[in-house]
Design a protein around this ligand. Structure first.
Ligand code: ZN
Length: 331
């Protein structure tokens, strides 16, 4: 369960029961007087038990530990609300911290889902069973805000904060240039594709995500330590694969709209899916929720490229192919 990656850098696999992601990778950088834990797990007993056992084996005390959270999603963030002590710094980026503090986020998501055609009868159960709702964190936790190029020094390691918005508004990676390692959170995964979702009209997550992939491409990375599944090395090749994946997805959405105007829920139901990252327990409504969020992200992106147009019909968003479409070389 615990693996030493580099001297005093350990990976603990925290289980995510019933979740297709299977586990989240929590990384412990052990040092004195303070250790650092990168990402934590859901706020549920199964995660807490494995984390406590792992820290016990490593001899790491929570009272001497700080935290870096790559992004706000509950599988990375929520358990820290039980792990942090009065002396802990919990480092998080500003946009995700603001969202964490904002009331009514779930209501906004429901309203958006409704606009995009999510079935009314399944809306409440989608939220009730969402892992972020079921296993979320305390709201009153003090946070230490980190920004682009801030550094965190632990023992012989010097980590640089890299803002990589897209997967969430403020997603952040940690880069260690001496050993050329990148803690990539859910920005770059090796075995599965990070899920890019939108539940609001005021930003374009897929555009941000693709810009963030371009941004980190030049980093000199030898080993990627991702938030889920295997550690991997083919960094730039993997970035290219993820770019191609979204380009193919965009083409797929356009070809679905070729057959007629649709709302995002209908588009999602015609897209092809293998694993849906960030999904919750295996209940039937969850895949629909995450698929719809991803379809919305692609539609907003294509709309921003003038390839798709959006009409509002009786409070519902309907997407069509734009009448005069430019011919882009890369979606
Ligand atoms: Zn995530």
């Amino acid at each position: 369960m615990i693996k030493e990656i580099l001297p005093n850098i350990f990976k603990i696999e925290i289980p995510l029961p019933g979740n297709p992601l299977k586990a989240i990778n929590s990384y412990v950088i052990r040092d004195s007087p303070r250790s650092l834990i990168i990402d934590t797990g859901l706020n549920r007993k199964e995660c807490m038990d494995v984390m406590q056992a792992g820290l016990g084996e490593l001899g790491v005390q929570l009272k001497d530990t700080d935290f870096f959270i790559t992004h706000l999603h509950a599988d990375h963030f929520a358990l820290v609300s039980r792990l942090a002590t009065d002396t802990s710094h919990v480092h998080l980026n500003q946009p995700d911290a603001e969202r964490h503090a904002r009331p009514g986020v779930w209501d906004e998501m429901v309203a958006q889902a409704r606009v995009h055609g999510f079935p009314e009868r399944e809306l409440q159960s989608a939220i009730r069973d969402h892992p972020g709702f079921r296993y979320g964190s305390r709201l009153d936790m003090p946070l230490s805000i980190v920004r682009q190029d801030d550094t965190i020094e632990i023992g012989e390691y010097r980590f640089i904060c890299i803002e990589t918005p897209g997967h969430t508004r403020g997603h952040m990676c940690l880069f260690e240039p001496t050993n050329k390692i990148l803690f990539s959170g859910d920005h770059i995964l090796g075995d599965i594709t990070p899920n890019i979702q939108s539940w609001s009209d005021d930003w374009n997550p897929l555009r941000e995500y693709l810009l963030s992939l371009d941004k980190v491409y030049e980093l000199d990375v030898e080993v990627v330590l991702p938030g889920h599944r295997s550690i991997f090395k083919n960094y730039r090749e993997r970035i290219r694969e993820l770019q191609r994946h979204h380009s193919t997805r965009a083409e797929e959405v356009l070809s679905i709209l070729q057959k007629g105007s649709k709302n995002a829920f209908q588009v999602a139901s015609q897209m092809s899916w293998d694993i849906i990252c960030e999904s919750g327990d295996l209940f039937p409504v969850a895949p629909k929720w995450f698929a719809t969020g991803e379809a919305i992200a692609h539609l907003i992106y294509l709309e921003s490229k003038n390839l798709v147009s959006r009409d509002q019909v009786k409070g519902r968003a309907i997407y069509s192919l734009a009448k005069l479409r430019p011919k882009p070389t890369r979606y």
